[in-house]
Design a protein around this ligand. Structure first.
Ligand code: 3PG
Length: 422
């Protein structure tokens, strides 16, 4: 990673700050109340460092067309509750209403703008040419009233829309505390893992997990990869075990046009690194709603595989016990159903008890850990789903690239902000 600037490098008292967070959260389908507020809680350390600024917060919530695509007024209320401070909301992003609300701000005030994905430029202007994003009205107007841009939105750092990368050449861009925490923890697990380092990859986004597996094996980061969930099923199938048409078709449907490429990548992993991959020796079937565990030798089956088998789960627990570093992503089964949560819960509990440094990718596993109150027992629970997986797959995230470019471009301005600190 190139040099980026952090909140420790600058003195922002008295400044007007644009803070991009990822407050995209699961909301109740009827009343839009927060089902999980961990992404808002995660940016509080950054907000608390900006108490003497005029703080303007930007976030997205979901995407147009989705049920939970709403205004961010509820986010302002939730922040107000979490912070115990007044958080104003304006139903506008960069128009007249937003500007009059900004003009009325005093130092110490917090203003949350509306869902940035209600702005058409945010949806349309996705480009790797960050300089061209300066031409958007969105960037021009908001950069005209702010002194700096802080990116604390790790969970959408893999996106290249104006609210993430548009300020690269317009304002000094600085990483927030959550962003730095995510980058340091993930880098630490990737660059200096305490051995043995194991990855446990599950869930049904098999293509994403395969990219992570490829990078970690190629860079010799992991000693072993345990596959669970949908990932395990495809590994079993491609190692010559017929998992049954119902399971094969499910994976084909989930992967869509990524099926061929994902299968090709898995075949290569199996042939080049067979000794490092631990596949299940048994699985749990959903037989008319009831759990039935069978050995791999009893496959194929006409029933759906819904969990890791009991023996394989114990194998995973013992690997976890002996590990120095663990990277966990994706559930081992359909944990929402009581009969099929055993694999996922056992793996999570073993990770929470383990002395290893555990990194959990955002998404279902992270939400479950947060809801179980186990996050404190885990080294790092990422707030990022896709962003975390792209990072672990060795890809450069657009938001990080933007911070690096801006650090170079605004080096002098940032030095000036530093001098004020001394
Ligand atoms: C996420 O929840 O992963 C982030 O908020 C990014 O959302 P997106 O996939 O809709 O860009």
């Amino acid at each position: 990673m190139g040099a980026i600037r952090t909140l420790e490098d600058v003195f922002l008292d008295g400044k007007t700050v644009l803070l991009r967070i990822d407050g995209n959260s699961p909301l109740h389908p009827i009343n839009n109340s927060f089902l999980d507020d961990s992404r808002l809680k995660a940016v509080i350390p950054t907000i608390n460092k900006l108490t003497k600024t005029k703080l303007i917060i930007l976030t997205h919530q979901s995407r147009p067309g989705k049920r939970d695509f709403t205004s961010t007024s509820g986010h302002a209320r939730e922040f107000q509750r979490l912070l115990g401070r007044s958080v104003k909301f304006v139903e506008d992003i960069c128009g007249e209403k937003a500007f009059s609300a900004i003009e009325e701000m005093n130092l110490g005030d917090i203003l949350l703008l509306n869902n940035v994905r209600m702005n058409q430029e945010e949806l349309d202007c996705k480009t790797n040419d960050f300089e061209s994003q300066m031409d958007t009205t969105f960037v021009q107007r908001l950069s005209s009233i702010a002194d700096v841009f802080i990116n604390d939105a790790f969970a959408c750092a893999h996106r290249n829309s104006p609210s993430i990368t548009g300020f690269t050449y317009a304002l000094p861009c600085i990483a927030g505390t959550l962003m730095m925490n995510e980058l340091n923890s993930l880098e630490n697990a990737m660059k200096n893992p305490k051995n043995p380092c194991i990855a446990i990859l599950g869930g049904i986004k098999v293509d994403d997990s395969v990219k992570v597996a490829k990078n970690m094996l190629k860079e010799m980061i992991v000693d072993k990869i345990l596959v669970t969930g949908g990932v395990a099923n495809l590994f079993l199938e491609l190692s010559g075990i017929n998992i049954g048409e119902i399971n094969r078709n499910f994976l084909k449907k989930e992967l869509g046009n990524k099926w061929e490429k994902t299968c090709e990548d898995i075949r290569k992993i199996i042939s080049n690194y067979s000794e490092k991959i631990i596949m299940p020796t048994d699985v749990a079937l959903n037989v008319n709603g009831k759990r039935i565990d069978i050995g791999i030798s009893q496959l194929p089956t006409e029933y759906q595989i819904f969990d890791l088998g009991i023996q394989s789960t114990f194998t995973a627990s013992s690997e976890i016990k002996n590990a120095g570093t663990i990277i966990l992503n994706g559930p081992a089964g359909v944990f929402e159903l009581d009969d099929f949560k055993f694999g996922t819960m056992e793996i999570i509990n073993a990770c929470a008890e383990s002395k290893a440094f555990v990194v959990v990718g955002g998404g279902h596993t992270a939400t479950l850990i947060n809801n179980l109150g186990l996050a404190k027992q885990i080294g790092h629970v990422s707030t990022g789903g896709g962003a975390c997986l792209e990072f672990l797959a060795g890809e450069k995230l657009f938001g990080i690239k933007s911070l690096e470019i801006s650090a170079k471009r605004f080096g002098l301005t940032i030095k000036k902000l530093q001098r004020e600190l001394q």
